[in-house]
Design a protein around this ligand. Structure first.
Ligand SMILES: *Cc1c(COP(=O)(O)O)cnc(C)c1O
Length: 487
Protein backbone atom coordinates (compact mmCIF):
# COMPACT_ATOMS: atom_id res chain seq x y z
CA UNK A 1 0.00 0.00 0.00
CA UNK A 2 1.17 3.49 -0.79
CA UNK A 3 1.75 5.46 2.36
CA UNK A 4 1.45 8.86 0.73
CA UNK A 5 -1.80 9.95 -0.92
CA UNK A 6 -1.33 9.99 -4.71
CA UNK A 7 -0.60 13.47 -5.95
CA UNK A 8 -2.73 13.86 -9.03
CA UNK A 9 -1.51 15.98 -11.90
CA UNK A 10 -3.86 17.52 -14.39
CA UNK A 11 -4.69 15.63 -17.56
CA UNK A 12 -3.67 17.08 -20.92
CA UNK A 13 -7.09 18.31 -22.00
CA UNK A 14 -7.54 22.09 -22.28
CA UNK A 15 -8.30 23.80 -18.99
CA UNK A 16 -10.35 26.36 -20.82
CA UNK A 17 -12.34 24.62 -23.52
CA UNK A 18 -13.99 27.79 -24.90
CA UNK A 19 -10.58 29.43 -25.32
CA UNK A 20 -9.25 26.31 -27.00
CA UNK A 21 -12.27 26.21 -29.30
CA UNK A 22 -11.68 29.81 -30.37
CA UNK A 23 -8.00 29.16 -31.07
CA UNK A 24 -8.79 25.95 -32.96
CA UNK A 25 -11.34 27.77 -35.13
CA UNK A 26 -8.76 30.46 -35.86
CA UNK A 27 -6.29 27.76 -36.93
CA UNK A 28 -8.83 26.21 -39.27
CA UNK A 29 -9.73 29.61 -40.73
CA UNK A 30 -6.06 30.31 -41.30
CA UNK A 31 -5.53 27.12 -43.20
CA UNK A 32 -8.65 27.59 -45.31
CA UNK A 33 -7.32 31.06 -46.22
CA UNK A 34 -3.96 29.54 -46.99
CA UNK A 35 -5.36 26.94 -49.38
CA UNK A 36 -7.83 29.37 -50.96
CA UNK A 37 -5.16 32.00 -51.66
CA UNK A 38 -2.27 29.74 -52.64
CA UNK A 39 -2.25 31.02 -56.24
CA UNK A 40 -1.45 34.55 -55.05
CA UNK A 41 1.57 33.41 -53.06
CA UNK A 42 5.09 32.68 -54.34
CA UNK A 43 5.63 28.99 -55.07
CA UNK A 44 8.59 28.82 -52.71
CA UNK A 45 10.30 31.11 -50.23
CA UNK A 46 13.67 30.20 -48.84
CA UNK A 47 13.94 30.37 -45.06
CA UNK A 48 16.03 33.13 -43.58
CA UNK A 49 19.16 32.23 -41.68
CA UNK A 50 17.56 33.59 -38.53
CA UNK A 51 14.37 31.58 -39.06
CA UNK A 52 16.24 28.36 -39.64
CA UNK A 53 18.39 28.92 -36.57
CA UNK A 54 15.35 28.89 -34.32
CA UNK A 55 14.99 25.17 -35.08
CA UNK A 56 18.12 24.68 -32.98
CA UNK A 57 16.25 25.75 -29.82
CA UNK A 58 16.51 23.12 -27.06
CA UNK A 59 13.66 20.81 -26.00
CA UNK A 60 11.02 22.76 -24.05
CA UNK A 61 10.85 21.92 -20.35
CA UNK A 62 7.80 24.02 -19.70
CA UNK A 63 4.67 24.42 -21.75
CA UNK A 64 4.09 27.34 -24.09
CA UNK A 65 0.75 28.99 -24.73
CA UNK A 66 -0.95 27.56 -27.81
CA UNK A 67 -1.41 31.04 -29.27
CA UNK A 68 2.35 31.58 -29.24
CA UNK A 69 3.04 28.23 -30.86
CA UNK A 70 0.44 28.90 -33.52
CA UNK A 71 2.02 32.27 -34.23
CA UNK A 72 5.38 30.54 -34.63
CA UNK A 73 3.78 28.11 -37.04
CA UNK A 74 2.32 31.00 -39.07
CA UNK A 75 5.57 32.88 -39.36
CA UNK A 76 8.24 30.19 -39.41
CA UNK A 77 6.66 27.10 -40.94
CA UNK A 78 3.60 27.96 -43.03
CA UNK A 79 5.34 30.29 -45.53
CA UNK A 80 8.30 27.95 -46.00
CA UNK A 81 6.89 24.67 -47.27
CA UNK A 82 8.06 23.10 -50.52
CA UNK A 83 5.18 24.78 -52.33
CA UNK A 84 3.44 21.75 -53.79
CA UNK A 85 -0.02 23.22 -53.20
CA UNK A 86 0.83 25.89 -55.75
CA UNK A 87 -0.39 25.59 -59.35
CA UNK A 88 3.13 26.33 -60.62
CA UNK A 89 4.87 23.64 -58.59
CA UNK A 90 6.11 21.26 -61.30
CA UNK A 91 8.94 19.49 -59.48
CA UNK A 92 9.39 15.77 -58.98
CA UNK A 93 6.00 14.04 -58.53
CA UNK A 94 3.98 15.95 -55.94
CA UNK A 95 0.25 16.19 -55.45
CA UNK A 96 -1.44 19.48 -54.60
CA UNK A 97 -3.76 18.28 -51.83
CA UNK A 98 -7.33 19.50 -51.41
CA UNK A 99 -9.35 21.35 -48.79
CA UNK A 100 -11.47 18.19 -48.43
CA UNK A 101 -8.39 16.11 -47.66
CA UNK A 102 -7.27 18.70 -45.15
CA UNK A 103 -10.43 18.53 -43.05
CA UNK A 104 -10.49 14.73 -43.31
CA UNK A 105 -7.00 14.75 -41.75
CA UNK A 106 -8.36 16.78 -38.88
CA UNK A 107 -11.19 14.31 -38.30
CA UNK A 108 -8.75 11.40 -38.40
CA UNK A 109 -6.50 13.20 -35.95
CA UNK A 110 -9.35 13.66 -33.50
CA UNK A 111 -10.43 10.03 -33.79
CA UNK A 112 -6.87 8.89 -33.10
CA UNK A 113 -7.69 5.44 -34.47
CA UNK A 114 -5.08 2.71 -34.59
CA UNK A 115 -5.79 0.64 -37.69
CA UNK A 116 -3.57 -2.32 -36.86
CA UNK A 117 -6.75 -4.36 -36.52
CA UNK A 118 -9.69 -5.07 -34.18
CA UNK A 119 -13.43 -4.67 -34.68
CA UNK A 120 -13.85 -0.98 -35.47
CA UNK A 121 -15.44 1.07 -38.25
CA UNK A 122 -12.17 2.75 -39.33
CA UNK A 123 -10.86 -0.69 -40.38
CA UNK A 124 -14.00 -1.17 -42.47
CA UNK A 125 -13.33 2.16 -44.17
CA UNK A 126 -9.87 0.95 -45.21
CA UNK A 127 -11.32 -2.37 -46.41
CA UNK A 128 -13.95 -0.50 -48.41
CA UNK A 129 -11.30 1.59 -50.18
CA UNK A 130 -9.39 -1.63 -50.94
CA UNK A 131 -12.52 -3.04 -52.61
CA UNK A 132 -13.05 0.19 -54.55
CA UNK A 133 -9.49 0.05 -55.80
CA UNK A 134 -9.74 -3.62 -56.74
CA UNK A 135 -12.78 -2.72 -58.79
CA UNK A 136 -11.11 0.29 -60.46
CA UNK A 137 -7.95 -1.62 -61.30
CA UNK A 138 -9.88 -4.65 -62.51
CA UNK A 139 -8.49 -6.98 -59.84
CA UNK A 140 -10.66 -9.60 -58.10
CA UNK A 141 -12.94 -8.14 -55.43
CA UNK A 142 -11.28 -10.35 -52.81
CA UNK A 143 -7.86 -8.75 -53.38
CA UNK A 144 -6.14 -7.55 -50.23
CA UNK A 145 -4.67 -4.11 -49.80
CA UNK A 146 -3.11 -1.75 -47.35
CA UNK A 147 -2.36 1.93 -46.88
CA UNK A 148 1.31 2.69 -46.32
CA UNK A 149 3.49 5.79 -46.31
CA UNK A 150 4.21 5.82 -50.02
CA UNK A 151 4.96 3.79 -53.11
CA UNK A 152 8.50 3.12 -51.84
CA UNK A 153 6.99 1.12 -49.00
CA UNK A 154 4.25 -0.32 -51.23
CA UNK A 155 6.83 -1.61 -53.72
CA UNK A 156 8.90 -3.01 -50.85
CA UNK A 157 5.88 -4.91 -49.55
CA UNK A 158 5.28 -6.30 -53.04
CA UNK A 159 8.88 -7.54 -53.21
CA UNK A 160 8.48 -9.22 -49.80
CA UNK A 161 5.23 -10.87 -50.93
CA UNK A 162 6.84 -12.13 -54.15
CA UNK A 163 9.93 -13.29 -52.28
CA UNK A 164 7.88 -15.23 -49.75
CA UNK A 165 5.83 -16.80 -52.52
CA UNK A 166 8.99 -17.85 -54.40
CA UNK A 167 10.78 -19.29 -51.39
CA UNK A 168 7.88 -20.73 -49.39
CA UNK A 169 7.00 -20.30 -45.73
CA UNK A 170 10.24 -21.91 -44.46
CA UNK A 171 12.17 -18.87 -45.63
CA UNK A 172 10.43 -16.79 -42.98
CA UNK A 173 12.13 -18.76 -40.25
CA UNK A 174 15.22 -20.19 -41.93
CA UNK A 175 16.12 -17.11 -43.99
CA UNK A 176 16.84 -16.83 -47.69
CA UNK A 177 19.27 -19.74 -48.01
CA UNK A 178 20.91 -20.76 -51.26
CA UNK A 179 17.74 -20.52 -53.33
CA UNK A 180 17.22 -17.00 -52.04
CA UNK A 181 20.67 -16.02 -53.21
CA UNK A 182 19.67 -16.95 -56.76
CA UNK A 183 16.48 -14.88 -56.94
CA UNK A 184 16.34 -12.21 -59.64
CA UNK A 185 13.66 -9.68 -60.64
CA UNK A 186 13.23 -7.52 -63.74
CA UNK A 187 12.25 -3.91 -64.37
CA UNK A 188 13.19 -1.35 -66.98
CA UNK A 189 16.10 1.07 -66.69
CA UNK A 190 13.52 3.81 -66.30
CA UNK A 191 11.95 2.17 -63.23
CA UNK A 192 12.07 4.10 -59.96
CA UNK A 193 15.14 3.47 -57.83
CA UNK A 194 12.98 2.51 -54.84
CA UNK A 195 12.65 -0.89 -56.55
CA UNK A 196 16.39 -1.53 -56.37
CA UNK A 197 16.27 -0.32 -52.78
CA UNK A 198 13.39 -2.70 -52.07
CA UNK A 199 15.48 -5.60 -53.36
CA UNK A 200 18.34 -4.44 -51.16
CA UNK A 201 16.13 -4.13 -48.07
CA UNK A 202 14.62 -7.55 -48.81
CA UNK A 203 18.10 -9.04 -48.50
CA UNK A 204 18.32 -9.95 -52.17
CA UNK A 205 20.74 -7.20 -53.06
CA UNK A 206 20.04 -4.40 -55.51
CA UNK A 207 22.01 -6.24 -58.22
CA UNK A 208 19.26 -8.87 -58.17
CA UNK A 209 17.06 -6.29 -59.90
CA UNK A 210 17.91 -6.68 -63.57
CA UNK A 211 17.45 -3.46 -65.48
CA UNK A 212 16.09 -4.00 -68.96
CA UNK A 213 16.71 -1.53 -71.79
CA UNK A 214 13.91 0.77 -72.91
CA UNK A 215 12.52 1.62 -76.34
CA UNK A 216 12.37 5.13 -77.87
CA UNK A 217 9.28 5.90 -75.81
CA UNK A 218 10.95 4.95 -72.54
CA UNK A 219 9.02 1.68 -72.18
CA UNK A 220 10.56 -1.62 -71.23
CA UNK A 221 11.89 -3.58 -74.20
CA UNK A 222 9.73 -6.68 -73.77
CA UNK A 223 11.82 -8.93 -76.03
CA UNK A 224 14.98 -7.92 -74.18
CA UNK A 225 13.28 -8.76 -70.87
CA UNK A 226 12.36 -12.23 -72.14
CA UNK A 227 15.92 -12.77 -73.37
CA UNK A 228 17.39 -11.73 -70.01
CA UNK A 229 15.08 -14.11 -68.17
CA UNK A 230 16.17 -16.99 -70.42
CA UNK A 231 19.84 -16.09 -70.02
CA UNK A 232 19.49 -15.96 -66.23
CA UNK A 233 17.84 -19.36 -66.17
CA UNK A 234 20.70 -20.80 -68.22
CA UNK A 235 23.22 -19.71 -65.61
CA UNK A 236 21.12 -21.14 -62.77
CA UNK A 237 19.55 -17.96 -61.43
CA UNK A 238 15.96 -18.02 -60.29
CA UNK A 239 13.71 -15.37 -61.89
CA UNK A 240 10.77 -14.70 -59.55
CA UNK A 241 9.35 -11.26 -60.26
CA UNK A 242 8.63 -9.06 -63.26
CA UNK A 243 7.90 -5.39 -62.62
CA UNK A 244 6.14 -3.03 -64.99
CA UNK A 245 5.97 0.74 -64.64
CA UNK A 246 2.61 2.45 -65.07
CA UNK A 247 4.15 5.88 -65.51
CA UNK A 248 7.93 6.16 -65.17
CA UNK A 249 9.17 8.93 -62.96
CA UNK A 250 11.29 10.67 -65.62
CA UNK A 251 8.90 10.79 -68.56
CA UNK A 252 5.63 9.11 -67.54
CA UNK A 253 6.16 6.21 -69.92
CA UNK A 254 3.75 3.29 -69.45
CA UNK A 255 5.16 -0.17 -70.09
CA UNK A 256 3.25 -2.64 -72.25
CA UNK A 257 1.55 -4.28 -69.28
CA UNK A 258 -0.32 -6.82 -71.42
CA UNK A 259 2.93 -8.12 -72.89
CA UNK A 260 4.58 -8.21 -69.46
CA UNK A 261 1.61 -10.04 -67.96
CA UNK A 262 1.97 -12.61 -70.74
CA UNK A 263 5.67 -13.17 -70.01
CA UNK A 264 5.04 -13.40 -66.27
CA UNK A 265 2.36 -16.00 -66.92
CA UNK A 266 4.48 -18.24 -69.17
CA UNK A 267 7.57 -17.84 -66.99
CA UNK A 268 5.70 -18.32 -63.70
CA UNK A 269 6.75 -14.96 -62.25
CA UNK A 270 5.03 -12.64 -59.80
CA UNK A 271 3.85 -9.72 -61.95
CA UNK A 272 4.04 -6.44 -60.09
CA UNK A 273 3.20 -2.96 -61.36
CA UNK A 274 4.68 0.22 -59.92
CA UNK A 275 1.77 2.56 -60.54
CA UNK A 276 2.92 5.33 -58.19
CA UNK A 277 2.88 7.90 -60.95
CA UNK A 278 0.10 6.77 -63.22
CA UNK A 279 -2.11 3.89 -62.08
CA UNK A 280 -4.86 6.16 -60.76
CA UNK A 281 -5.28 7.25 -64.38
CA UNK A 282 -7.61 4.25 -64.76
CA UNK A 283 -10.27 6.62 -63.39
CA UNK A 284 -10.30 8.40 -66.76
CA UNK A 285 -11.96 6.38 -69.51
CA UNK A 286 -9.67 8.15 -71.99
CA UNK A 287 -6.48 7.22 -70.14
CA UNK A 288 -7.55 3.76 -68.97
CA UNK A 289 -6.63 1.93 -72.24
CA UNK A 290 -2.97 2.95 -71.70
CA UNK A 291 -3.01 0.76 -68.60
CA UNK A 292 -4.49 -2.36 -70.21
CA UNK A 293 -2.95 -5.38 -68.53
CA UNK A 294 -2.93 -3.76 -65.09
CA UNK A 295 -5.84 -6.04 -64.21
CA UNK A 296 -3.54 -9.03 -64.69
CA UNK A 297 -1.04 -7.86 -62.05
CA UNK A 298 -0.34 -9.96 -58.97
CA UNK A 299 0.26 -6.72 -57.09
CA UNK A 300 0.13 -2.98 -57.69
CA UNK A 301 1.77 -0.12 -55.80
CA UNK A 302 0.32 3.36 -56.12
CA UNK A 303 0.22 6.75 -54.46
CA UNK A 304 -2.92 8.71 -53.65
CA UNK A 305 -0.75 11.65 -52.60
CA UNK A 306 0.41 12.24 -56.18
CA UNK A 307 -2.18 12.32 -58.97
CA UNK A 308 -4.93 11.49 -56.45
CA UNK A 309 -4.43 14.86 -54.64
CA UNK A 310 -4.82 13.29 -51.20
CA UNK A 311 -2.65 15.01 -48.55
CA UNK A 312 0.60 13.27 -47.63
CA UNK A 313 1.07 10.51 -46.97
CA UNK A 314 -1.16 8.01 -48.73
CA UNK A 315 0.69 5.18 -50.43
CA UNK A 316 -1.18 2.00 -51.22
CA UNK A 317 -0.46 -1.60 -52.15
CA UNK A 318 -2.93 -4.15 -53.44
CA UNK A 319 -2.31 -7.88 -53.91
CA UNK A 320 -4.44 -10.17 -56.07
CA UNK A 321 -4.12 -13.22 -53.82
CA UNK A 322 -4.73 -12.37 -50.15
CA UNK A 323 -3.11 -15.62 -49.08
CA UNK A 324 0.09 -14.82 -50.92
CA UNK A 325 -0.10 -11.43 -49.22
CA UNK A 326 -0.64 -12.53 -45.62
CA UNK A 327 1.83 -15.40 -45.98
CA UNK A 328 4.59 -12.80 -46.02
CA UNK A 329 3.55 -11.06 -42.81
CA UNK A 330 1.27 -12.88 -40.36
CA UNK A 331 2.93 -13.82 -37.12
CA UNK A 332 0.87 -14.83 -34.11
CA UNK A 333 1.59 -13.36 -30.68
CA UNK A 334 -0.23 -14.15 -27.43
CA UNK A 335 -0.96 -10.48 -26.76
CA UNK A 336 -2.53 -10.12 -30.23
CA UNK A 337 -5.01 -12.99 -30.03
CA UNK A 338 -7.87 -12.75 -32.52
CA UNK A 339 -11.32 -13.66 -31.27
CA UNK A 340 -14.62 -14.50 -32.92
CA UNK A 341 -16.43 -11.77 -30.99
CA UNK A 342 -15.62 -8.64 -29.06
CA UNK A 343 -13.08 -5.96 -29.84
CA UNK A 344 -10.39 -8.49 -30.84
CA UNK A 345 -12.55 -9.89 -33.68
CA UNK A 346 -12.23 -9.10 -37.38
CA UNK A 347 -9.33 -11.33 -38.47
CA UNK A 348 -7.35 -11.00 -40.63
CA UNK A 349 -6.23 -7.74 -39.13
CA UNK A 350 -4.65 -5.07 -41.29
CA UNK A 351 -1.33 -5.67 -39.54
CA UNK A 352 -1.32 -9.09 -41.25
CA UNK A 353 -0.73 -7.37 -44.60
CA UNK A 354 2.42 -5.39 -43.89
CA UNK A 355 5.20 -4.67 -41.41
CA UNK A 356 3.33 -2.06 -39.33
CA UNK A 357 1.34 -2.96 -36.24
CA UNK A 358 0.20 0.49 -35.14
CA UNK A 359 -1.15 2.36 -38.15
CA UNK A 360 -2.94 5.67 -38.61
CA UNK A 361 -6.20 6.33 -40.40
CA UNK A 362 -4.82 7.24 -43.86
CA UNK A 363 -7.85 5.59 -45.41
CA UNK A 364 -10.19 8.32 -44.17
CA UNK A 365 -8.77 11.16 -46.30
CA UNK A 366 -8.86 8.86 -49.33
CA UNK A 367 -12.43 7.81 -48.55
CA UNK A 368 -13.43 11.48 -48.24
CA UNK A 369 -11.62 12.41 -51.45
CA UNK A 370 -13.14 9.59 -53.50
CA UNK A 371 -16.60 10.30 -52.15
CA UNK A 372 -16.41 14.10 -52.38
CA UNK A 373 -15.27 14.20 -56.01
CA UNK A 374 -16.18 10.79 -57.41
CA UNK A 375 -13.89 8.84 -59.73
CA UNK A 376 -15.28 10.58 -62.84
CA UNK A 377 -14.22 14.02 -61.71
CA UNK A 378 -10.86 12.81 -60.47
CA UNK A 379 -10.32 11.04 -63.79
CA UNK A 380 -11.24 14.23 -65.68
CA UNK A 381 -8.78 16.21 -63.55
CA UNK A 382 -5.99 13.73 -64.36
CA UNK A 383 -6.83 13.85 -68.06
CA UNK A 384 -6.68 17.63 -67.91
CA UNK A 385 -3.13 17.56 -66.52
CA UNK A 386 -2.20 15.43 -69.54
CA UNK A 387 -3.79 17.96 -71.90
CA UNK A 388 -1.84 20.74 -70.16
CA UNK A 389 1.38 18.80 -70.59
CA UNK A 390 0.60 18.45 -74.29
CA UNK A 391 0.06 22.20 -74.47
CA UNK A 392 3.46 22.87 -72.90
CA UNK A 393 5.07 20.33 -75.25
CA UNK A 394 3.50 22.10 -78.25
CA UNK A 395 4.83 25.44 -77.07
CA UNK A 396 8.32 23.97 -76.58
CA UNK A 397 8.19 22.49 -80.07
CA UNK A 398 7.23 25.90 -81.52
CA UNK A 399 9.99 27.85 -79.80
CA UNK A 400 13.32 27.72 -81.61
CA UNK A 401 15.29 28.35 -78.43
CA UNK A 402 13.68 25.41 -76.66
CA UNK A 403 14.07 21.72 -77.32
CA UNK A 404 12.07 18.77 -76.07
CA UNK A 405 14.02 15.80 -74.73
CA UNK A 406 11.34 13.10 -74.37
CA UNK A 407 7.93 12.18 -75.70
CA UNK A 408 4.99 13.23 -73.54
CA UNK A 409 3.19 10.05 -72.54
CA UNK A 410 1.07 11.40 -69.70
CA UNK A 411 1.66 14.62 -67.78
CA UNK A 412 5.44 15.09 -67.71
CA UNK A 413 7.41 17.33 -70.09
CA UNK A 414 11.21 17.20 -70.30
CA UNK A 415 12.78 20.06 -72.26
CA UNK A 416 15.56 22.58 -72.20
CA UNK A 417 16.91 25.87 -73.42
CA UNK A 418 19.31 25.34 -76.30
CA UNK A 419 22.81 26.68 -76.16
CA UNK A 420 26.41 25.95 -75.28
CA UNK A 421 27.08 24.49 -71.77
CA UNK A 422 23.45 23.60 -71.83
CA UNK A 423 23.53 21.38 -68.73
CA UNK A 424 24.93 24.18 -66.61
CA UNK A 425 22.62 26.74 -68.16
CA UNK A 426 19.45 24.73 -67.61
CA UNK A 427 20.38 23.81 -64.05
CA UNK A 428 20.84 27.55 -63.42
CA UNK A 429 17.48 28.34 -65.03
CA UNK A 430 15.72 25.89 -62.70
CA UNK A 431 17.39 27.27 -59.57
CA UNK A 432 16.57 30.85 -60.60
CA UNK A 433 12.96 29.90 -61.27
CA UNK A 434 12.63 28.24 -57.88
CA UNK A 435 14.29 31.10 -56.02
CA UNK A 436 12.19 33.71 -57.79
CA UNK A 437 9.06 31.98 -56.49
CA UNK A 438 7.52 32.07 -59.99
CA UNK A 439 7.58 28.35 -60.73
CA UNK A 440 9.23 25.21 -59.41
CA UNK A 441 10.17 22.59 -61.98
CA UNK A 442 12.94 20.10 -61.16
CA UNK A 443 15.67 18.56 -63.30
CA UNK A 444 16.54 15.11 -64.55
CA UNK A 445 18.98 13.61 -67.02
CA UNK A 446 17.66 12.20 -70.30
CA UNK A 447 20.19 10.37 -72.49
CA UNK A 448 23.01 12.08 -70.66
CA UNK A 449 21.54 15.56 -71.08
CA UNK A 450 20.18 17.68 -68.25
CA UNK A 451 16.49 18.41 -68.70
CA UNK A 452 14.09 20.87 -67.14
CA UNK A 453 11.36 18.53 -65.98
CA UNK A 454 7.81 19.82 -65.56
CA UNK A 455 5.52 17.24 -64.01
CA UNK A 456 1.95 18.50 -64.01
CA UNK A 457 0.32 16.71 -61.10
CA UNK A 458 -1.43 19.70 -59.53
CA UNK A 459 -5.18 20.00 -60.04
CA UNK A 460 -4.90 23.80 -59.73
CA UNK A 461 -2.62 24.24 -62.75
CA UNK A 462 -4.14 26.22 -65.63
CA UNK A 463 -2.95 26.96 -69.17
CA UNK A 464 -1.64 30.39 -68.14
CA UNK A 465 0.62 28.77 -65.55
CA UNK A 466 2.38 26.83 -68.30
CA UNK A 467 2.65 29.97 -70.45
CA UNK A 468 4.30 31.67 -67.49
CA UNK A 469 6.72 28.75 -67.09
CA UNK A 470 7.68 28.78 -70.78
CA UNK A 471 7.99 32.59 -70.86
CA UNK A 472 10.18 32.59 -67.74
CA UNK A 473 12.43 29.84 -69.09
CA UNK A 474 12.92 31.84 -72.29
CA UNK A 475 13.66 35.10 -70.45
CA UNK A 476 16.04 33.45 -67.99
CA UNK A 477 17.68 31.35 -70.70
CA UNK A 478 18.47 34.45 -72.79
CA UNK A 479 19.72 36.41 -69.80
CA UNK A 480 21.80 33.63 -68.28
CA UNK A 481 23.34 32.49 -71.56
CA UNK A 482 24.33 36.12 -72.27
CA UNK A 483 26.04 36.42 -68.90
CA UNK A 484 27.67 32.99 -69.25
CA UNK A 485 29.07 34.08 -72.62
CA UNK A 486 30.68 37.10 -70.98
CA UNK A 487 32.31 35.20 -68.14
C1 LIG B 1 7.05 8.67 -56.45
C2 LIG B 1 7.36 7.36 -57.04
C3 LIG B 1 7.79 6.29 -56.26
C4 LIG B 1 8.07 6.45 -54.79
O1 LIG B 1 6.91 6.77 -54.12
P1 LIG B 1 6.92 7.50 -52.71
O2 LIG B 1 5.48 7.77 -52.45
O3 LIG B 1 7.70 8.78 -52.90
O4 LIG B 1 7.56 6.61 -51.74
C5 LIG B 1 7.97 5.07 -56.87
N1 LIG B 1 7.76 4.91 -58.17
C6 LIG B 1 7.36 5.92 -58.97
C7 LIG B 1 7.13 5.67 -60.43
C8 LIG B 1 7.15 7.18 -58.43
O5 LIG B 1 6.75 8.19 -59.21
Amino acid sequence: MLSEPLETTRDLDPEDWPAFRARAHAMLDDMIDHVASVREQPVWRRQSYEGRRRFQDPAPRRGTDLTRIHEDFRTRILPHGAGNLHPRFFGWVHGGGTAVGMVAEMLAGALNANLGGRDQAPVDVERQVVRWMADLLGLPSGSSGLFVTGASMANFIAVLVARGWALGPESRTAGLGETGAGLVAYASRAAHNCLARAMDMAGLGSDALRLVQTDVRGRIDVAAAAAMIAADRRIGRRPFMLIGSAGTVDTGAVDDLQALAGIAETEGLHFHVDGACGALGVMSPVLAPKFAGLSRADSVALDFHKWGQVPYDAGFVIVRDPERHTAAFTSPAPYLRREARGLAAGAPWLCDFGPDLSRGFRALKVWFTLRAYGTERLGAMMLQTCALAQRLADRVDCEEELERLAPVELNIVCFRFRGPSSDELNAAIVVELQESGVAAPSTTVIDGRLAIRAAIFNHRTRPEDLDMLADSVLTLGRRLSASMDKS
